[in-house]
Design a protein around this ligand. Structure first.
Ligand code: NAP
Ligand code: GDD
Length: 337
């Protein structure tokens, strides 16, 4: 890998962005990340990379921009001249998308269009190929018509987020077919880690199990316990993104583990790991339910296994143990400070 290979990651401060940045730096890339302006510098997930000196030797550079500001995307593509763009930025919370449908569409749908146009214009002007990865989602399958879901399964989104992601997905296909862009979408099923946002269900549960165990909280309030998801490890999933952009031909791939569990099973595993029975601590509140629910997601990643050589390495139980252990450590540290 040449040291001059440049990657541009939108959403670098998010869960996946942080794992992908680490992975690309380990492969010798010069990594550029887009941050949006916030009143607090939201860099906690990538602080470690700065501590390791990635920024001081120029391997990691951050830039301000926003998916809702298409001129910022044009400017960044022109200035960075990336070889690979990973579009991970999103309003990624499904329930919140019902409260902010318009904003969700601007970021997850029109934002993708803005980025594709910026790339198309830069390629046209410079003659340099830019490979593009779009973070599509299993949420697009929604009210599923077959199980497990694969690349050919019809889409039936059930949330403003799912609908917006479907636009982002189809416009990526459209720019590939219309303008010959090397543009691929990963249709990623749920993937988690100790860096998962605290209001997604896995992290909410592992954090609560840890804090209840340490006597810092008494209960946890959840919505639908019967929903089932195909949960994998984010560190595995970002490798699939990279693999897609190393192919001669762009394409779309389902990335999933192939096994699913309910939210109830998640609670059971997480609380059992700290020696507790979840039934003594879990309360219900309709506030955490969605106007329309996706009941069961289960992916078939055969195409990615065959074409990309990709396989998940972390199983559900190990993932939950990893997250509970990390939350126990964090909670204990906070208690001491
Ligand atoms: P995440 O932790 O919520 O990170 C989202 C990132 O997008 C953050 O860096 C966030 O910045 C940034 N962002 C939000 N709005 C923005 C805007 N208007 N302009 C620029 N940046 C903005 O999400 P994730 O779990 O890493 O997921 C990465 C991508 O994969 C997302 O597109 C998500 O929809 C998609 N996806 C995720 C999963 C999953 O299970 N994790 C599955 C399928 C698809 P701040 O740090 O400032 O908030
Ligand atoms: N967040 C949350 N909070 N979810 C809850 C709760 C709760 O208190 N109680 C039950 N759930 C259920 C939700 O109703 C849903 O069925 C399931 O837990 C998973 O919810 P999330 O962890 O919020 O994830 P998601 O599946 O809605 O969306 C995630 O995965 C998508 C891929 O399928 C996000 O990462 C999306 O960005 C991603 O595209």
């Amino acid at each position: 890998m040449s040291a001059s290979r440049r990657a541009f990651i939108t959403g670098i401060s998010g869960q996946d962005g942080s794992y992908l940045a680490e992975f690309l730096l380990s492969k010798g890339y010069e990594v550029h990340g887009m941050l949006r302006r916030t009143s607090n510098l939201s860099r906690t997930r990538i602080d470690g990379l700065f501590e390791q000196g990635a920024a001081s030797d120029g391997c990691l550079q951050l830039h301000y921009g926003d998916m809702t500001d298409s001129m910022s995307l044009v400017r960044l593509i022109r200035d960075i001249q990336p070889h690979e763009v990973y579009n991970l930025a999103a309003q990624s919370h499904v329930r919140i998308s019902f409260e902010q449908p318009n904003y969700t569409a601007e970021v997850c749908a029109l934002g993708v269009l803005g980025m594709l146009d910026a790339i198309r214009e830069f390629q046209h002007q410079s003659g340099q190929e830019v490979r593009f990865y779009q973070a599509s989602s299993s949420e697009m399958f929604g009210k599923v018509t077959e199980s497990p879901q694969r690349e050919t399964t019809p889409f039936a989104p059930r949330s403003p987020y799912g609908v917006a992601k479907l636009y982002g997905h189809w416009i990526t296909v459209n720019y590939r077919e219309s303008y010959g862009l090397h543009a691929s979408s990963g249709i990623l099923f749920n993937h988690e880690s100790p860096r998962r946002g605290e209001n997604f269900v896995t992290r909410k549960v592992t954090q609560a199990a840890a804090r209840i165990k340490l006597g810092l909280e008494k209960t946890i309030t959840l919505g639908n316990l019967d929903a089932r998801r195909d949960w994998g490890f984010a560190g595995d999933f970002v490798k699939a993104m990279w693999c897609m952009l190393q192919q001669d031909t762009p394409d779309d791939y389902v990335i999933a583990t192939g096994s699913s569990h309910s939210v109830r099973e998640l609670c059971q595993f997480a609380f059992e790991h700290v020696g507790l029975d979840y039934r003594d601590y879990v309360e219900h509140d309709v506030r955490f339910e969605r106007p329309a629910e996706v009941d069961h997601l289960l992916g078939d990643a055969t195409k990615a296994q065959e074409n990309l050589g990709w396989n998940p390495s972390v199983h559900f139980q190990d993932l939950i143990v990893m997250m509970v252990e990390s939350d126990l450590k964090r909670a204990a540290e906070r208690r001491e400070n």
